[in-house]
Design a protein around this ligand. Structure first.
Ligand SMILES: [Cu+2]
Length: 164
């Protein structure tokens, strides 16, 4: 955003009062295509999901009747033999939900959402400190969330989510 402002803020010589260079300037259109390109934010190659571009918004949904539920799944190591997958809430309503995976540990972790023995959703492996977000559609029932790397699940990196 700031880059856009800086790029456009060059009004000098654009007015008709600048008689000396008016002729030359007038030939120059102010809306150069390359100026527009400058304003475009570069897409980071690190973020695999380009869909959730509206991050950080405070309730931008236009449908107040059924806002998507939100779930934060935080992964961390308590000790070498005790891992943890902590959910921000134990249950959600069926329907669309924004699930965010946060790796608060020191090792890479992924996130699998399994229902009735089948993988319903999966998140790619995240490096320490990483975040990933997906909008999913949850069905009624019980989901088991876990990390499938190595023996992380059996070491405790697992949690249960109830969908009503
Ligand atoms: Cu893991």
């Amino acid at each position: 955003m700031l880059a856009c402002v800086a790029g456009v803020a060059a009004p000098a010589g654009s007015g008709a009062s600048a008689t000396a260079t008016a002729t030359a300037k007038s030939k120059c259109k102010h809306r150069h295509p390359h100026h527009r390109k400058r304003c475009r934010k570069k897409v980071s190659s690190e973020s695999p999901s380009g869909a959730g571009a509206g991050g950080g918004g405070a309730g931008g949904s236009t449908d107040p009747a059924s806002p998507p539920g939100r779930l934060l799944a935080t992964e961390r190591e308590i000790s070498p033999t005790q891992l943890q997958l902590q959910l921000s809430r134990p249950s959600l309503s069926a329907g669309p939900a924004i699930v965010e995976q946060h790796n608060a540990g020191e090792d890479p972790h992924n996130l699998i959402l399994e229902q009735a023995g089948f993988v319903a959703f999966s998140f790619d492996t995240l490096d320490p400190g990483g975040n990933a977000r997906q909008t999913v559609t949850l069905k009624r029932g019980t989901y088991t969330l876990y990390c499938s790397l190595l023996d992380h699940r059996s070491l405790g990196m697992q949690a249960t989510l109830t969908v009503n």
